[in-house]
Every structure is written in C-alpha cells, then in structure tokens.
Design a binder for this molecule. Structure first.
Ligand code: 13P
Ligand code: SF4
Length: 318
C-alpha cells in the first residue's frame, strides 16, 4: 500500500532550474515573479516587479504561457489583461489576506450606500470586486490616479484602509474607505522600529504604504516595492530599515551590495514579515505547474470583461 502511494509521486528532476528552463522553451512560457517570492524563484524569473510593472508585462507579453509566481489576484489580473494566454499559478491556494477582507457580496452592499461615488480599488482584490470598480490602482500609482479625479467627485476607496489613508494625506482628498488591511503589513511593531532607529541613527526607514499610520509616520520614504528598491539603490544612506515583506531584501542586496539592510521586526518572534501566501509557491511547484500546465487561471468572459475595463483605465492613467 505504502510502496504504491510512493510510486505515484511525480519524480522531480535533480536540476530544477535547468528543467524549468527547458519547459519554458518548450511551452514558449515566461515567468513573472513578484518581489515577495522566495529568492530561489526570483532567481529563475524572466521578470521581477511590483504589481504595476507585472501587470504591464502580462498585458504585453508575446509568450503563450504566463507562469505567475505571485498570488492569485496577480495571476488573475494577468488573465484579465491577456486572455488568449494560458496563465498558471504554481499554487492556487496562494491568496491574499487583504483581498480576502473584501468579499464581493459585502462590497456590493457597501458600494450601494454610495451611489454618487467613484470606486477606486487597489489591485489586491478579486476579479468580482474589480468588476464593481471604476478604476484600479496599485501602490505605485494610487496617489497619481486619485489626484486625476475631478475635485467635486466623491471617491470610495477599497480594500486597503492604510493605503487609502496614505493617499488621502498625499492628495488632500477625503475618501470613503473600505476597512480592509494586510496581515503582513499590519504586523510590524512601531515600538521595535523606533528602537531600531535609535540603535541605527545612520539608517533610513523605508516602508510600504500598506503599513499602519503609526508605523508610516516613522518612515523617511514610503513607496511600492519597486520604489523602495530604487530608493535603496540610489540613496546615499549606508543602511536601510526595510518595513515590508522580507522577499524584497534579495533584490535590494543584489542592487546595492555595499548597503546594510535591516528587516523591520514583527510584533512577535515569528516569520510574520514573510507573506504566507506568496511563500506557498516553491521551485518544485513552478516546475510541476509548467510540466502539467496547471493549475490554470480560468475566468468567465463576462466577468473578465467587467474587470478589464477598470484595469485598462488604470493603465491609461498611469
Ligand atoms: P506592490 O504594489 O508594491 O507590488 O505591492 C503588492 C503587495 O501585495 C504588497 O503587499
Ligand atoms: Fe496580500 Fe499582504 Fe501578501 Fe501582499 S503581503 S500579497 S497584501 S497578504
């Protein structure tokens, strides 16, 4: 019985990066990876980026297959933008705690209370929520997009209240906020960051806008993952306290090997500054997804079209 079960296990090649490269060529596939992926995945990706850059890559790629090393809403966005491609996500359970805070039925009821409002949704949401939105934004372009909305048009912003508050402060616009948040970015301890600042006065604090306001007020720079990476690369400080998911440190260290990177600590002694959803993807699962051409992202055409419109608006506005 046991021997039979073992025999059914798919055999994995010794050289996974080599086997992945061969499958990529065979399928005419491209691997897009977010900065929060495990370094082993970042190292075999064709393109690494933040949500905005990855969306642009997905929309423009000529590859037949997009292997999306990220979370579900990112792979779903790739399918919405480029429906004739096969989009694979190594682990379908790679969701997003922030997207999960905004169930479509509850969002529909909330939106109905604000019929005059323009709905701007952060890309970290389901296709159903995108379909109920007027414009999508990412952390890289949220303030720019909100600033383009006529001043007399009220705005409903979903689902991240922390990004929403940050954008309100940046633009001076009042907005109705859906009360969602990310469990990784809300775990950073203000107390420990202040202590780190005291211990490392030479370091700049850099943070992702999904962090709470109490943490953001200690930041010297706030931006999307790509913006944080560029800040470290071009900045003149010798050290950086990095307040976002720890996967980004891999590219930061490569881009600026002479700079010291200090990951901001979470409230507990856990690995909570790693996104548990992003980290569900592994090199083994990337290989298996390409080998078996699954798990594949599938969307109904009416839903895809409804979610595509606000995404197209974002790409045109940013
Ligand atoms: P970026 O927009 O910086 O890629 O952030 C995505 C994300 O999921 C942050 O938690
Ligand atoms: Fe979602 Fe947070 Fe993970 Fe980003 S870090 S994918 S917002 S759970």
């Amino acid at each position: 019985m046991f021997a039979q079960a073992t025999a059914l296990q798919p055999a994995l090649p010794q050289n996974l990066p080599g086997a992945i490269a061969a499958l990529k060529q065979e399928l005419n596939a491209v691997i897009l990876a977010h900065y929060y992926q495990d370094p082993s995945i970042q190292d075999i990706a064709d393109f690494i980026g933040d949500s905005l850059a990855l969306s642009r890559q997905a929309a423009a790629t000529q590859a037949d297959v997009i292997l999306f090393a990220g979370v579900h809403f990112m792979a779903e966005t790739a399918k919405i933008l480029n429906p004739s491609r096969t989009v694979l996500l190594p682990d379908l359970a790679a969701g997003c705690s922030l997207a999960d805070t905004c169930p479509p039925a509850e969002f529909a009821a909330f939106k109905a209370r604000y019929p005059e409002h323009l709905v701007i949704s952060y890309i970290n949401c389901s296709a159903e929520v995108k379909a109920m939105s007027d414009i999508i934004c990412t952390s890289a372009n949220a303030a720019r997009i909100v600033a383009q909305v006529p001043a007399d048009r009220p705005i409903l912003f979903a689902p991240d209240r922390n990004l929403g508050r940050y954008v309100m402060a940046q633009t001076g616009r009042d907005m109705v906020l859906w009360p969602g948040s990310c469990l990784v970015h809300e775990t950073f301890s203000e107390k420990k960051i202040v202590q780190l600042k005291v211990n490392h006065p030479e370091a700049a604090v850099i943070a992702h806008p999904e962090c709470e306001e109490t943490v953001l007020r200690h930041a010297d720079f706030i931006g999307s993952t790509k913006a944080l990476l560029s800040y470290v690369e071009t900045g003149d400080r010798p050290a950086y306290i990095v307040v976002t998911e720890a996967g980004i440190l891999h590219q930061m260290q490569k881009a600026a090997p002479d700079k010291r990177l200090i990951p901001a600590p979470p409230t507990n002694h856990c690995a909570c500054n790693e996104c548990p959803y992003m980290r569900l993807n592994t090199l083994e699962k990337v290989y298996l997804a390409l080998r078996d051409r699954q798990p594949e992202i599938v969307l109904s055409e009416p839903l895809r079209l409804a979610a595509w419109r606000p995404l197209e608006r974002m790409l045109a506005m940013s």
